[in-house]
Ligand binder design. Structure first.
Ligand code: B12
Ligand code: SF4
Length: 532
């Protein structure tokens, strides 16, 4: 029996465009979900994993399989349905699973033969048995899995073309941020795999670099931290010799022993969600966890870097409390915290989240021609009505932000700083490579913006004079790192006054340029891409 497992591409996700930006090869990861599904599949199935991110294959030249399994984040859904339609028209049954199909069950059911919702470990064998009997059901409901039952992924599949392997050690998150799908999908309870299972699976990963995909590797409570220490100790003892990166909350920096063990176990960098430079922003998205008395982000980041751990700072733009000037505010915060990389995402209502429910009830979801419009749900495209920012303003703000943070002089400065702080040339080089990847992706993002109809989200601009709120926001905004507010040299509060005129002019020209450069949605360019 032949099984194809497909990870659909979305050309609008610049991260996966390796041919256009060779630095991205360091940032493209294997589709772990499919390797996990492969690990649950009996060995007598002949499995081919197709990762379209490495190039779309010509399906017509491949032998027809007995079953196709497709995974999809929301941003991949449109392409997923197209792949499904191709195989179904040739009589091949198609099963879809993953976050999007779970949250949009009816939509998915209309386009595939069967949908697996939630975590698949408890139902996948039933799906395969039903296929063999020719009696596939329409829906299989997965449930939260006992993590000791999670089988190792098939890391032997998909060997070439990746710099990173990947592994999962925990599921679930207790924090439930309004924009995030994780709690809705994996639950509030933080579940972790037995340490020895994780160490064994690490050994089976052929790549030297590994992405730990957990949403929060270290957790939020004392017992979570104790478990992480135990894991890192076991990894050190096993002498894995792997370098790895992970996602974590800022409390990771509070424990020197934890940082020391993580670094010794191979931790190269962590992705930290700062989310917003303002208290109002954090309250709005329910990430009060980041507002802790005495918390000093700059000192926290520095502590991690001293252990040789690089920090990616992630922020969200387009919150209801964000106004004109937010791009500069985020860049200032990131520069002040001295993070190694900055990742700015647009506030995006993803199906199944609290944010989706709120924006839908308020009639604010603009990109709503589904399933085609799902391809814009990359978190890099505006898709909704933002309270104080039109779509052109969002693009303008993110551009301002990135141009500031990824200016060449800053990238070089950061590399030198990384070298001095970590005393590891390899870490400094990695830092430079990722900085270049981000900066190059900016240009790709601009190409993507060409496909956007800005008029869809620009109603606000005709009624609001641009930039008029910058000063009030920056000066009165209550930026959360105390060391940062109104004191740090080179921050907005110090500079904006003198710059107000030029900044307003800059915004004006950038926006005007934006109008000139972005043709409307439905233009020939966008239409042809969607049909590929
Ligand atoms: C690793 C990761 C990435 C990697 C992806 C690597 C890769 N090639 O897969 C990178 C960094 C590239 C990435 C990018 C993005 N990501 Co991401 N990512 C994750 C993360 C942290 C882990 C995913 C993972 O590997 N989990 C481990 C596997 C084992 O679990 P799983 O995927 O859930 O699979 C299980 C089930 O879902 C099911 N299943 C899944 N697929 C299938 C298929 C079949 C046939 C069956 C039967 C079952 C099944 O079975 C599996 C076992 O139980 C998740 C958060 C999370 N906890 O899921 C976010 C997450 C999936 N990402 C998210 C987002 C938004 C994005 C981006 C759009 C935004 C961005 N800029 O980061 C891009 C889009 C990329 C794209 N190609 O379109 C959102 C998706 C929400 C949504 N509704 O789509 C999530 C949930 C995070 C969040 N905070 O909400 N991401
Ligand atoms: S954004 Fe991070 S901390 Fe917030 S709910 Fe999602 S996984 Fe948890």
């Amino acid at each position: 029996m032949r099984l194809y497992l497909v990870n659909p591409s979305n050309p609008l996700v610049s991260l996966t465009r390796i041919k256009d930006n060779h630095w991205n090869q360091y940032r493209v990861w294997k589709p772990l979900s499919l390797l996990v599904i492969a690990g649950l599949t009996p060995l007598d199935w002949d499995i081919t994993v197709v990762d379209e991110n490495l190039g779309k294959p010509s399906y017509s030249t491949m032998p027809l399989p007995d079953l196709v399994g497709i995974t999809a984040f929301t941003s991949q859904a449109d392409r997923a349905y197209r792949v499904a339609a191709w195989f179904r028209s040739r009589g091949v049954p198609v099963v879809i699973g993953g976050i999007h199909a779970t949250m949009r069950l009816e939509e998915a059911m209309e386009r595939v033969d069967a949908v697996v919702t939630g975590e698949a470990e408890n139902v996948w064998s039933e799906v395969l048995e039903d296929v063999l009997r020719g009696d596939l059901k329409r829906v299989y409901h997965g449930s939260f899995v006992d993590m000791s039952k999670v089988r190792p992924a098939r890391h032997d599949l998909l060997r070439n073309g990746y710099r990173f392997g990947s592994i999962q050690t925990t599921r679930g998150c207790p924090l439930n941020c309004s924009f995030c799908s994780v709690t809705a999908f994996n639950g509030r309870r933080y579940r972790h795999r037995p340490v020895e299972h994780v160490v064994e699976e690490f050994k089976a990963i052929p790549e030297n670099n590994v992405l730990v995909v957990d949403d929060n590797l270290i957790g939020t409570r004392k017992d979570h931290i104790a478990r992480s220490k135990g894991l890192f100790q076991a990894m050190i003892k096993a002498d894995l010799r792997k370098r790895w990166i992970a996602q974590a909350t800022i409390n990771m920096a509070d424990d020197e022993e934890l940082l020391g063990l993580a670094a010794k176990a191979g931790c190269l960098g962590v992705f930290i969600g700062f989310e917003s430079p303002t208290v109002e922003g954090l309250v709005e998205i329910h990430k009060k966890f980041n507002i802790q008395e005495g918390r000093n982000f700059r000192a926290s980041v520095r502590r991690m870097q001293r252990h040789g751990i690089m920090v990616v700072g992630a922020f969200i733009m387009g919150l209801d409390s964000d106004e004109r000037g937010i791009g500069r505010q985020i860049a200032d915060a990131a520069n002040h915290y001295e993070v190694d990389f900055l990742n700015v995402l647009f506030m995006t209502p993803l199906p199944g989240t609290e944010l989706w429910a709120k924006m839908e009830s308020e009639g604010r979801i603009v990109a709503d021609a589904f399933p085609e419009d799902w391809k814009y749900y990359t978190l890099g495209h505006p898709v909704a009505t933002y309270k104080h920012l039109s779509w052109s303003a969002m693009l303008d703000e993110v551009t301002t932000c990135y141009r500031n943070f990824y200016a060449y002089r800053r990238m070089l400065g950061r590399t030198v700083r990384t070298l001095l702080r970590t005393r590891k040339p390899i870490t400094a080089l990695a830092s430079l490579a990722v900085n270049f990847s981000y900066s190059r992706n900016l240009r790709l993002d601009f190409q993507n913006y060409n496909a956007l109809d800005l008029a869809r989200g620009d109603a606000l601009d005709s009624i609001r004079p641009r930039g008029h709120r910058i000063l009030s926001r920056v000066e009165g905004g209550g930026i959360i790192d105390r060391g940062y507010r109104n004191t740090a040299p080179g921050t907005s509060s110090g500079k904006t006054k003198g710059r107000r005129g030029t900044e307003l002019l800059g915004i004006f020209f950038a926006t005007a340029q934006g109008f000139a450069e972005f043709p409307p949605l439905g233009s020939k360019r966008q239409g042809t891409e969607a049909k590929k």
